[in-house]
Design a protein around this ligand. Structure first.
Ligand SMILES: [Zn+2]
Length: 174
């Protein structure tokens, strides 16, 4: 991680000092996220500010960038715009979860230093769609027969992908 963010930090200490910082995270460096990406070139911009709120350490984070995923219908790249803010309330035990403000997700921490890159990676993983797909109309592939989804295309149009497939197969043999 580059920028003005420490690699490791004690979140309560960050909050006490009202830490503010930002940086850049390389997608390829995120070992848990990278396998879900169609291409792991690129970076996401990250920002963090920490504060004590009602006696509790809270980390406010922001992520901005673009992830490239693989459409599971046409197998081509589909991009996911990320512009995501999140808040994490530091708790020492799960008993404290009900006391968190509604906008805060819990961050279990008992004074140990945490890897800030992991915090951002966790948030990115939560943003991934279960099945990445292009928007209807933007996808290269026709809908599978019997999918139950009606299209306005005429049947002649719908046959075209099979012609392309035939062409691809013959090219593959040469
Ligand atoms: Zn697609």
């Amino acid at each position: 991680m580059s920028g003005r963010l420490p690699l490791f930090a004690d979140p309560v200490r960050l909050a006490s000092s009202r830490f503010r910082g930002s940086g850049t995270l390389a997608l390829a460096a995120m070992a848990r996220l990278a396998p879900s990406l169609y291409g792991d070139n690129g970076t996401v911009e990250v920002a963090l500010h920490a504060a004590m709120e009602q006696g509790r350490a809270v980390l406010h984070g922001h992520l901005k960038g673009r992830l490239s995923l693989q459409c599971q219908r046409c197998m081509e790249a589909v991009s996911l715009e990320v512009d995501h803010a999140f808040s994490l309330g530091v708790i020492a035990s799960e008993d404290e979860i009900p006391a968190l403000p509604p906008a805060c997700e819990p961050l279990l921490n008992r004074g140990e230093e945490i890897a800030l890159a992991d915090v951002f990676e966790d948030e990115l993983l939560l943003l991934l769609p279960i099945i990445p797909l292009h928007e209807p109309g933007a996808c290269q592939a026709a809908l599978p027969v019997g999918s139950g989804v009606e299209t306005t295309e005429d049947p002649e149009q719908r046959k075209k992908p099979f012609a392309d497939l035939k062409k691809l197969l013959s090219e593959g043999k040469s």
